[in-house]
Design a binder for this molecule. Structure first.
Ligand SMILES: C[S@@+](CC[C@H](N)C(=O)[O-])C[C@H]1O[C@@H](n2cnc3c(N)ncnc32)[C@H](O)[C@@H]1O
Length: 228
């Protein structure tokens, strides 16, 4: 299989899903399961309703949107790069567990237009372009480094669209998140502690610290680590 990304692989991150991604270049990791599980409240002390309408900002391969759709959400996935959108649509066609519940669009979060959702999820680029080397792979660079928008910009668009915004990002970005009339309602850390996942809500409020239960998340999504 070849493409603008070079050779592709196809993985099954959950039953009924088949998701393409480059063999080399930007590939997803454990953070996508953490984000989906945290957003759905899997393994958290108080159970949550599955949100009906979800918006994903920066959908890339579509893995997060497809996992959420397989859990019953209706999802819109926005992504600025048309080649990623074409790849995500190709995965959707191969994913009966998500069929009819996801729409991927070429949209730049810096010109979002109108959007309303019950939940926004995002795994935005998080490295500062001034702070280190930028990948020579243009798509890897756009996925990892804040070349086309900052974490704060993704968060601001999310908070304008939905009452709950779940973001996975590095600890140093979380520490300086710019929150105008919003607060961190929940926070958990991935193993190793360098990457966190937070739920932001509008208005003032307190933060609940949670433990991320990855085994419970994998079990609920029916993903078997090591099988991809
Ligand atoms: C870290 S990747 C996440 C991809 C996928 N959601 C995942 O979790 O594997 C960030 C994605 O945001 C996209 N992106 C970057 N800037 C964007 C912008 N201004 N508008 C929309 N998407 C953007 C990148 O192209 C990339 O696909």
């Amino acid at each position: 299989m070849s493409s603008p990304f070079g050779p592709l692989s196809v993985e099954s991150p959950a039953p009924g899903l088949a998701v393409f991604q480059p063999q080399r270049g930007y590939r997803w990791g454990v953070e996508v399961y953490a984000l989906v599980g945290f957003a759905l409240g899997i393994g958290t002390p108080s159970p949550m309703m599955v949100p009906a309408r979800v918006l994903e900002l920066g959908a890339g391969s579509g893995i997060v949107s497809l996992l959420l759709a397989s859990q019953g959400c209706r999802v819109r996935g926005w992504e600025r790069d048309p080649e990623w959108v074409a790849l995500a649509r190709r995965s959707l066609r191969r994913s009966p567990a998500a069929r009819g519940r996801v729409r991927f669009s070429v949209r730049d979060v810096r010109s979002p237009g109108n959007a309303a959702a019950d939940l926004v999820v995002t795994n935005p680029p998080w490295f500062d372009p001034r702070a280190g080397p930028i990948s020579p792979d243009v798509r890897k660079a756009s996925a990892r480094t804040m070349l086309h928008g900052t974490v704060d910009e993704f968060v601001a668009v999310g908070l304008a669209a939905a009452p709950r915004v779940c973001v996975v990002t590095r600890a140093e970005r979380l520490a300086v998140l710019c929150l105008d009339d919003a607060h961190v309602a929940r926070r958990a850390w991935l193993p190793g502690g360098g990457v966190g996942v937070v739920e932001l809500r509008r208005g003032a409020g307190t933060t609940v610290e949670e433990a991320l239960d990855l085994p419970a998340i994998y079990a609920a999504l029916r993903y078997q680590p090591g099988t991809m």
